[in-house]
Design a protein around this ligand. Sequence first.
Ligand code: LLP
Length: 862
Amino acid sequence: MNKPPGKPFVVLKFGGTSVSSPGAWRRIASRIRACQEEGLQPLVVQSALTGITNQLDKLLQQALRENCEAPLGEIRERHEALAREMQISLPHRCDEILQDIGRLLAGVRLVGEVSPRVAARVLSAGELLASLVGVEYLRCREGLDCAWLDAREILRSESREHDDEHGDYLAALCGYQPDEQLRTRLAAAGEVGLTQGFIAANERGETVVLGRGGSDTSSAYMASLLGAVRLEIWSDVPGMFTADPRAVPSARLLRRLDYSEAQELSTMGGKVLHPRSITPLRDQRIPLHLGCTERPEVEGTVISAASDAAPRVKAVSSKSNVTLVSMQTAGMWHHVGFLAEAFECFRRHGFSIDLVSTSETNVTVSLDASDGRVRTAALQRLTRDLDRICKVELIHDCAAVSLIGRNIRAILHRLGPVLELFEEHRIHLLTQAASDLNFSVVVDEDQSERLVQKLHGIVIAANEGDDFLGPTWQQVFETRARPHGIDSWWRRKREQLLALAPEDTALYVYDLESLDAQITRLLAMGSVDRHLFAMKANWQPDVLRRVYEAGLGFECVSAAEVRHVRELFPDLDPKRILFTPNFTPAEEYRAGFEAGINLTLDSLTPLEKWPQLFAGQEIFVRLDMGKGRGHHQHVRTAGVHSKFGVPLFEMDRLAELSAQAGVSIVGLHSHAGSGVLSVDHWPEMAVQMAEVAAAFPAVRVLDLGGGLGVPEKPGAQGLDLDEIDARLGAVREQFPDYELWLEPGRFLVAAAGVLLARVTQVKGKGRTRFVGINTGMNSLIRPMLYGAWHEIVNLSRLDAPATEFAHVVGPICESGDTLGRDRLLPECEIGDVMLIGNVGAYGRVMSSHYNMREPAGETVLR
Ligand code: LLP
């Protein structure tokens, strides 16, 4: 295109959180002015206020059942509140739009169905409303000459071959060839133009939308139509990171990517940018700048045609919700056209394939399940169709973990140690893209986070010092309040802790206030009749005393644990103890009955071998409900490979044996694993257990086990206990005959404990830095055993700027003796006190004397 007359355009796109507050609009205005000062003509493209599109989407479903006036009123109120806060009045056009939507929803109710055409019109309202408020503000409060532009007069959708009505109206694609007339028209409309993302019109002038995340694509189309000098996308993140910062806190902001790398990264799970938005930019070679509205001074990611000379891996991404289709056929070898036939089936049923791997007898492909279609009837139809030509197996709940960058082949040899992780766990599929931009493995979804961490540690850390790596997430948002969920009591009590830290040994310190707070949260659950503390997590006497005084029971797993609490608290009612041993000798059951404590059987063997021991007794039985849960394979305690519990297919035999032995089953117990962060787990299990209990008339208690997880990494969310409580309350109403018990360990004590250790030596090897401390896996084995992540800070220099990445290691003679990898720390000196957080559970209790090194001692803060 020849250089067009007039000022060059810049397109500025602002996402939902970047248009939802007066502060955000002030920043938009200042960004517009900065571009004008550069001699550019800005076109602002904006999203709907956060949450509004979801609300409209829900309204469409609600309209099938009921009148929707009230929720529409709420949507109006959201916009009016923003207008009020910005000291402007809500433009009249907003009411017209809302009335129009009201009529459409009434129509939906009348005809009893939502057509894609109507859905597109309803969904477009969010952007239309927000943009009217935006223009009013920029004109009235900022004095800008700003024109409101209807995106439907800018973007024209193109209908595609094979597309159905749904695609045409709700996932439209638009033309983006540079358009001189449009440039002239927009340049004349005002000094600044403001329009909507997500919306376009078809050739009949009807409203269509671009699908979720469509605003990015809208802005890319517009940048291309106008031949803009650049597109800026402003949101709540400053750009793309080397990994998801929630999973890998040491992930770094990427300063530069070329179009193909950005395309790979956004396709393979980097959620910052919609993958479709890259093509129009690449075609016109328009650079894309990503930035964070809240921190505009942080230099974000720039995506352009310039590619780095040196080949490097730039990111490790993970995409969950992947379903694999494995096609097995002995006859594929030399069978001309097998692949063509198979792929034709996918096309026919509307599935697009992501990854493919082939061997002589098997072809496995991955499908993206995030759009919800994959578990539907369409998949069944596809399977039936494929069944004609091969044997089909579906593998659900997988994740694709990918390395992204250039020349991946050159680093494959470095991946050996990572692949060792998979001795125990299956890699379902492995592909290396012909472009050499992507190397992916598909694994079970619950393994992906650990794999991402490991890969990141190996391949990204090696680029340390390269100028394409920016700050970490933590550095960007350092000034923000600590994330909800993690109680960093140790910041408040720093001076006390520093005074306690021994000179030449390490020490566990437990904060009893923090423990009390967790006990209070737990006891507030009205739906739970009894809480037992799983004392395997921490048996420090002062800790146990707090639990005892609060009236909780104790869940013990060995005769020694039972003895320990009984000696500490001689008045303890034996019925407050539940003894849940596994593969224990007969003697421990006998001692348990004699002591009068509750006892759980977790296998049928004792009833078969020693029926006389159980005669006339009341017992609990631990069930294996079939599905293990938790943060690591080693802590999942259900399913056929787990040694715990009686499987459901043995229930008849259990009834028979217990009747023969004359034993009465008064409680059912199940513990599926540890570190569970899904609120569904306990309520779902309670219902399943209640159903099993129907066959055992003496059952009064359903013990749902422990496993309540706690947040570990910055930004992680804790469990919503109120929600669990409400859901368990509903279960109790449904099954009023049963008491519900819980037996958490970690939840009560994890955050209450920290480990203090002194720096012994600091050293560097090439670019890798090591901070050595005076204890390691002998005091805390969780990082080595489970790849667990614990926060590590230099307590002596808590306020010093963090300047270097280092591995924090102990003195034990094993390379796995690493407590934290790639931790961002201030420069550490010999003698500094390092603090390792969240170690109150399964810390000291799992310590050892390995290397004849005494593990850390214990003390409490009152
Ligand atoms: N009940 C039973 C029968 C258990 O086996 C366990 C833990 C619990 C309750 C308590 O689970 P919690 O609420 O603490 O998640 N060492 C591993 C955890 C092993 C848990 C063993 N059983 C770790 O450090 O993560």
